[in-house]
Design a protein around this ligand. Structure first.
Ligand code: THU
Length: 133
């Protein structure tokens, strides 16, 4: 699947998003980009807050972009730090991504390409809510 995806473009979008990060507290810029099933690239940056715990990760603003541009499922994802190097999404954001992932979604990670199931194994998700009522 990775071969059909333009990872160079996706990484460029993540880097462009990263440049917009609002990080007065951590000074740690993050940018994320994802490809949707219908071929759109959505992206986001982290947006911090004086109440530190309210910080929005780059993945949160990526999901806003996803919904504001038509929704759908994510097939590929990458995330970069302030140097433009690949960064792993935090645990909470893996859960956020899982909710909106297409089957077999691929992530570019610090240890190569991985599927969403590999980065959040046995994830709790919408299906559990249906099947375990
Ligand atoms: N951060 C993200 O934006 N995404 C992640 O997956 C990891 C962490 C941000 C949150 C905070 O603004 C900064 O990185 C330092 O934790």
């Amino acid at each position: 699947m990775q071969t059909e995806i333009n990872w160079v473009d996706l990484r460029e979008s993540a880097r462009a998003a990263m440049a917009k990060a609002y990080v007065p507290y951590s000074k740690f810029m993050v940018g994320a980009a994802a490809l949707t099933e219908d071929g759109r690239i959505v992206s986001g940056c982290n947006i911090e807050n004086a109440s530190y715990g309210l910080t929005l990760c780059a993945e949160c603003s990526l999901l806003s972009d996803l919904f504001m541009t038509g929704g759908g499922r994510l097939v590929a994802f990458t995330c970069v730090d302030g140097h433009g190097n690949i960064l792993m999404p935090c645990g909470r954001c893996r859960q956020l991504l899982f909710e909106h992932s297409a089957k077999g979604m691929v992530l570019e990670t610090v240890s190569g390409f991985k599927t969403i199931d590999e980065v959040i194994p046995d994830a709790f998700g919408p299906r559990d809510l249906e099947e375990r009522k």
